[in-house]
Design a protein around this ligand. Structure first.
Ligand SMILES: [Zn+2]
Length: 383
């Protein structure tokens, strides 16, 4: 049986699948794959190493060059500790808004696109759907799918990443490298600081060094590049260490990120930090105990999305009629598509102001705008 759903019904379906990044998204992927199957559209899964999650990509229309990729992530951020006034996984309409986790980021876009599959019968150039997982935890899912798409689909004219941009064109975002630094000290009674090596206090020195680097970047970066904040940022989000007030701590670790603007090399900054660890801090620690160490591991990485003229931007501007562009403050998969050689732009319904918030919503007006945008696109690709 072929399912026919309007965009609101489709968004309701998708919101109903709890696809918080830490959990499986396979129920949603099963649903989408079956739905596409019913329309005779074959789709390909690109499964995570543990088999718990999957990307899905599919081509609707002829396997020709010049198509358009519609990209969206299926995972959502958690609702833990947030004060929701509705059930986050049950789409609730109130006063011109659709409430639910992922309504704007970004099941709204995916839902609208899927609901229009029945309208894609006469495409002359294809629409490719690209649905990922684990975007919200460092854009970890998409790379394996993008790698396959580069070889398996005929070169598209554009990738549209449907992050919530209120349907305006976003042509840049920062890159991110997520890191974990582990500091090993030497445990003694805290009355004997002359014998021990405090992991906590040395970690604090390192955090202080990162703070100084962050301040330097803020001061030295020209502020007219359209990013907000305008500079590459460095931030420590979590720190854990030590066991008691009266024990010189053996272990401390902290998790931090570098969010680089295009043109800044995050690895050069990380290299500067590692040099400080290796040449300044570690030798002092090892004078007391030779087995002290400082180790930094990369736990997430996604490239920056650099603003440039592209066929993707032209396409979106031609459809929306709006010429203005802006930069996103957040990291998304656009940089990964761009790095793979695809002309890419970000444009999708809903406002980033509601993303990740309690009582996340998308306005019906944005749903209508997103729908008419995609209808125009389908029309363009059908002639
Ligand atoms: Zn998103």
């Amino acid at each position: 049986m072929v399912l026919i759903m309007n965009s609101k019904q489709m968004i309701e379906q998708l919101v109903g699948f709890n696809t918080v990044s830490r959990d499986s998204n396979l129920s949603l992927i099963d649903f989408v794959q079956n739905y596409l199957d019913d329309y005779g559209v074959a789709s390909t899964r690109v499964v995570s190493d543990d088999g718990e999650k999957s990307n899905l990509y599919a081509t609707i229309g002829p396997l020709e060059e010049g198509g358009v990729v519609l990209s969206g992530h299926t995972d959502v951020v958690p609702v833990d500790g947030q004060d929701w006034h509705t059930d986050p996984f049950l789409l609730t309409e109130d006063n011109g808004r659709l409430y639910g986790r992922g309504t704007c980021d970004m099941k709204g876009f995916i839902g609208i696109a899927l609901s229009l599959v029945p309208q894609m019968r006469s495409l002359q150039r294809p629409i490719h759907l690209a649905l990922s997982y684990d975007e919200e935890v460092g854009c970890r899912g998409a790379p394996a799918m993008i790698e396959q798409m580069v070889t398996n689909i005929p070169a598209p004219q554009a990738v549209i990443v449907g992050e919530p941009t209120s349907m305006s064109a976003v042509t840049g975002h920062k890159g991110i490298v997520g890191l974990k630094t582990t500091v090993r000290g030497y445990e003694t009674h805290s009355s004997q600081t002359n014998r021990g090596v405090s992991a906590v206090m040395n970690a604090a020195r390192l955090v202080g060094y990162l703070s100084a680097m962050a301040e330097r970047l803020e001061r030295d970066t020209p502020s007219d590049n359209g990013f907000n904040p305008h500079h590459t940022s460095i931030h420590v989000g979590v720190i854990n260490g030590g066991t008691a007030m009266n024990i010189v701590s053996r272990h401390c670790e902290f998790v931090w990120d570098v969010r680089n603007i295009p043109g800044d090399d995050p690895d050069a900054l990380i290299g500067e930090f590692e040099k400080y660890c290796k040449e300044e801090v570690l030798p002092e620690m090892r004078q007391r105990w030779s087995e002290c160490f400082i180790q930094t591991d990369v736990i997430a990485r996604a490239p920056e999305f650099s603003p440039k003229e592209s066929a993707a931007l032209e396409l979106v501007q031609a459809i929306t009629g709006a010429q203005d562009t802006s930069r996103g403050a957040y990291v998304a998969e656009a940089g990964q598509f761009q790095a793979a050689g695809f002309p890419t732009v970000m444009c999708g319904p809903g406002s980033i102001d509601q993303a990740h918030q309690p009582d996340e919503f998308i306005s019906l007006e944005q749903v209508v705008q997103g729908e008419s945008f995609l209808r125009r696109l389908i029309q363009d690709l059908s002639t």
